[in-house]
Design a protein around this ligand. Sequence first.
Ligand code: DC
Length: 221
Amino acid sequence: MGFNIAVDGPAGAGKSTIAKLVAKKMNLIYVDTGAMYRAMALYFIKNDVDINNVEAVAKACIGADITLKYEEGVQMVYLNGENVTAFLRTEEVGNAASVTSGVPQVRARLLELQQTLAKNSDCIMDGRDIGTCILPNADVKIYLTASSEVRAKRRYDELVSKGEECDLAKIQEDIEERDFRDMNREVAPLKQAEDAVLVDSSYMSIDEVVERIVGIAESCK
Ligand code: DC
């Protein structure tokens, strides 16, 4: 078993930004499990699968083969042999991933891949159910959150900096809708593991959050 840090939390809490920086500082592999669910969602979109039809999603997911490769330390996601990394971070794909990740067959297809990665490498893995389901024995568990206002504003600033037009109120509404779905689904809902450390980043800088998590992780080594 590798040295494993599990980071869970709601959309937009900064999990991937923070996890990447912690990975660099501690020489760990960063495993972005949201990207795997996004790749699944992309597969459904590409193949015109009705994402609200649970049976259709359960049946179709068998055709999606997702693998990861690390190129200069950066995670690349392959869907049926094609590198789809560049197509995963849109709102459409994120929302579809939030819907389809509630289907047990979709989760089952990704569980083994995630557990094998953690077994074979020292890693920091982020998602929604890492500390609760995927790596219940992780060396360190963090629950990273922030208020929905702060998360929406961060997302808004990110989109504006890319020159995209967007509406702050709509972003916050989408985030709260996604939180509700992720926290209330039957299978592997987002929740803080009993032994996870809560980090609320609402009023912390990125550096402060990274320092906090590295400090916690170093004390567990
Ligand atoms: O972290 P993200 O926004 O890239 O995740 C996209 C969606 O995938 C999220 O709304 C819920 C789902 N997801 C999940 O159910 N379990 C995970 N371990 C990671 C993501």
